[in-house]
Each structure stands twice: as C-alpha cells, then as structure tokens.
Design a protein around this ligand. Sequence first.
Ligand SMILES: [Zn+2]
Length: 201
Amino acid sequence: MDQIKIGKFIASCRKEQGMTQAVLAEKLGISNRAVSKWENGKSMPDSGIMLELCNYLKISVNELLSGERIMTEVSDKRAEENLLAMRREVEEKNRQMLRMEYGIAFPAVIAGLVMGFVASFIEMPVWLRIVLIVFGLVLIFTATFIAVGIEQKAGYYECQNCHHRYVPTYWQTNLAMHMGRTRYMKCPECGKRSWQKKVLS
Ligand SMILES: [Zn+2]
C-alpha cells in the first residue's frame, strides 16, 4: 500500500466533500492531528474507523486502500453489455440455422413426394419407377438427417418438468417422436420423459 498516495487521496476526497480536517476529525471523534497524519502519509486510518471514514468521503474501502477511484460500476456494466451482445449474436445465429433447417427440409420432402407421386401414377417403365422412388426416398432421408442435425445444434430443448435446458445428442434428437420442433425426449437432469420445446437462449 502506498501510504503517501492514500493520504493525498483522503485529502482530495475530504475537500470534495467540503470538509476541513477539523470537521472530519470531529465527525469521526478523533483529533485533527490524526487526520493530518493520514493525509501526510505518516499513518493509516485504523480498521475500526475505516468504514465510517469511507462513508464520509463517499468512497469504498477498496478505493481508500488503492488510493484512487475505481470505476467498478462502469466496467461491470460494460462487461454485462458485452455478454448480452454476445448472447444476442448466438441467438441470431441459431435463428438463422433453424430457418435454414426448414429451407432444406421442405423443398427436399416436397421434391421426394412429387417423385413418388409421378412414379405411382404416370405410365413409365418399371425400372424408371424404381429409380424415381428410391431417389425420392434418399432425398427425403438425407434432407431430414441434415435438418435434424441443424435443429439439434441450434439452441436448446427445455424440459417441461424441471425446465432444465440442454442439447441432446444427434441420435436422441433424430429418433425422438416430434411435432414440429417439439420432441418427446428424456431429460438428462430429472430423467422424466416429456415433450420438450426448442428454445433459443
Ligand atoms: Zn427435466
């Protein structure tokens, strides 16, 4: 600890509060000399009086011991803002991924169904029918697997029972019954099975 620096800091805070050494000494129930000794860096306020002194000087004990003002509130607030901005970014990315999921899944499923429909109802050689149906099925399955992979990675699922949020494994996601993005899965936290909603944050 830099006693000289602390002393100067005490003096400047006291003046900011519009107090003379005598006024501060009287408030604290000590002698002028004691205050003067702190301010000249010859001694330190003892711990029993420190909190009261800081109250009168409108500073924290941490600031008194550092001999300067610390902008903790400002830096805390900035850290909080950074965290929020980061979270928003992740949410936005997840939102885009989920949009992409539907962008891949719907056209592929529709194309696959059209192929199946064409193969079933339009006159054509048998081999062509088989090729069309197989191709349509492969398309639907591939798109579904990719889409579920995206859905599993973007955001979290929330347990209806304990509200625990988690990312399930790919196969757990893929094999689960689902209605849209709500899937019937076992919660890793409470172990109960329930319909678990997709959440972004
Ligand atoms: Zn749970």
